[in-house]
Design a protein around this ligand. Structure first.
Ligand code: HEM
Length: 131
């Protein structure tokens, strides 16, 4: 059905917008006390993978799968302790990145809605004070 109305990828402006989102997002992740410790010092390779993944996730060309195969994103996140608070922190960094990238509030809400399911689905452990 989505194809009949175009993809989210096209709606947000394709490759240049995804690039801006990724460039705005990772500095926020690297500054976040709950997220920063999980990521490598050299964030560039992660940014490139995220650029490729979000491109296909929003309906653009399958850049990620062409190189890395089936995304299996939850499985790829299992080696990192993803708590409910970290999922919320990730989404909050993304919310601020979408704003900084210049996406309209309407499209930003759509993008966040598409990402919040996966973010919560990737939770694989409890927050420390609860566990
Ligand atoms: C829920 C909170 C999340 C946390 C804490 C988190 C954390 C991480 C970490 C630590 C890595 C590995 C970095 C490395 O290579 O060392 C990673 C990779 C990645 N994440 Fe997340 N992530 C989250 C949610 C998401 C979401 C919602 C998406 C997209 C739907 C996503 C997409 C990716 C991609 C594409 C990679 C690269 C995978 C690869 O290695 O091929 N992440 N994430």
């Amino acid at each position: 059905m989505q194809q009949a109305y175009g993809t989210l990828y096209e709606a947000i402006g394709g490759a240049p917008m995804i690039r801006r989102i990724v460039e705005a997002f990772y500095p926020k992740v690297k500054e976040h006390p709950l997220l920063a410790p999980l990521f490598p010092e050299d964030i560039r390779p992660v940014m490139e993978k995220q650029y490729m993944f979000l491109t296909q996730f929003f309906g653009g060309p399958p850049l990620y799968s062409d190189v890395y195969g089936h995304p299996m994103m939850r499985a790829r996140h299992l080696k990192f302790p993803i708590t409910p608070k970290r999922a919320d922190a990730w989404l909050d960094c993304m919310r601020r990145a979408l704003d900084e990238a210049g996406l309209s509030p309407e499209l930003a809400a759509l993008v966040l809605d598409r990402l919040s399911g996966p973010a919560h689905h990737f939770v694989n452990t409890v927050d420390e004070e609860e566990g």
